[in-house]
Design a protein around this ligand. Structure first.
Ligand code: MHF
Ligand code: KIV
Ligand code: MG
Length: 282
């Protein structure tokens, strides 16, 4: 079995140009599959609201949702680096509130670090959590929790005005003490600049290849999530198709009386007189 990584491994990987692999998982089986495959990190994203709870955004997701899914993921992947995603409302109100909720992720769900959205505007939150002894990943670019302000789930940093803002955001996140940063749906040219400019690892989701690691949503890459598919998603499997086909076969088998056949039942024990038993009740 591969040794569980720690923060120093991720810093070293950036230095040595070794890419970090990262996927989301929300439950025990998916976490276990990721660990068996040798994934470096798992994000228990608040995207669980969309991918497993069926909301059309991440805003309704609660601390309780996140904690309980993190617990399941930790049980499924005891030797993998786990990132707890702080849900909307859990760090918006105050530095103290952010620390309190980051502590809950660690105490109740045994995560390795937390992630929160925003740049300059959340720098004091990142600093407070880091000063309390925890590890933080920043998240800038397309930030789903504030997609209302962005006018939807939109790529950003494609012009010099928004790109300058993102560079300032990234610098603020590093300055605040985050050990890594995730950039979402920005151009690869900007991602590459940030990965070279920053000392901390820069990870991409939908932000191109030239950086220190990649993230995808498990439901997207495995073909389980059917509501939409962002441009940046490569589908490595089509689990939805496999599941629907399997359910259809089962339905057919049951309707035809072909399931369960003799292979799937528990027969009466040798020598037991069931005929007489049934007669008693006639
Ligand atoms: N299943 C899933 N995958 C994700 O990548 C994801 C979530 N859920 N939930 C939270 C956020 C939302 N994200 C999204 C959602 C939609 C697009 C999307 O459809 N983008 C369009 C248009 C982009 C634009 O207008 O600039 C695309 O064609 O990619 C992208 C990222 C990324 N995150
Ligand atoms: C979209 C990714 C980056 C995320 O934050 C999540 O999965 O919740
Ligand atoms: Mg998220």
């Amino acid at each position: 079995m591969v040794k569980k990584k720690n923060v120093l491994d991720f810093i070293r990987m950036k230095k040595e140009g070794e890419k970090a692999t990262w996927v989301t998982a929300y439950d025990f089986p998916m976490a276990s599959f990721a660990e068996q495959a040798g994934m470096d990190m798992i994000l228990v994203g608040d995207s669980l609201g969309m991918v497993v709870l069926g909301y059309n955004g991440t805003v309704p997701v609660t601390m309780e949702d996140c904690i309980s899914h993190c617990q399941a993921v930790r049980r499924g992947a005891p030797n993998t680096w786990i990132v707890g995603d702080m849900p909307f409302g859990s760090y918006q109100i105050s530095d103290e509130g952010a620390v309190e909720n980051a502590v809950r992720f660690h105490k109740e769900a045994d995560v390795d670090c937390v992630k929160l959205e925003g740049g300059q505007r959340v720098a004091s939150r990142i600093r407070a959590i880091v000063d309390a002894g925890m590890l933080v990943i920043g998240h800038i670019g397309l930030t789903p929790q504030s997609s209302g302000q962005l006018g939807g789930f939109r790529a950003t940093g494609r012009d010099v005005v928004t790109a300058r803002n993102l560079i300032n955001d990234a610098l603020a996140v590093q300055e605040a003490g985050a050990y890594a940063i995730l950039v979402e749906a920005i151009p690869p040219e900007l991602t590459e600049f940030l990965a070279k400019k920053l000392d901390i690892p820069v990870y991409s989701i939908g932000a191109g290849e030239p950086c220190d690691g990649q993230l995808l949503i498990c439901g997207d890459m495995l073909g389980m999530f059917q509501a939409f598919t962002p441009k940046f998603v490569k589908k490595y499997a089509n689990i939805a198709e496999i599941a629907v086909e399997a359910f259809k076969e089962y339905i057919e088998d049951v309707r035809k009386g072909e399931f369960p056949n003799d292979d799937y039942v528990y027969h009466v024990k040798e020598g037991e007189d069931f005929e007489s038993l049934f007669k008693e009740f006639e």
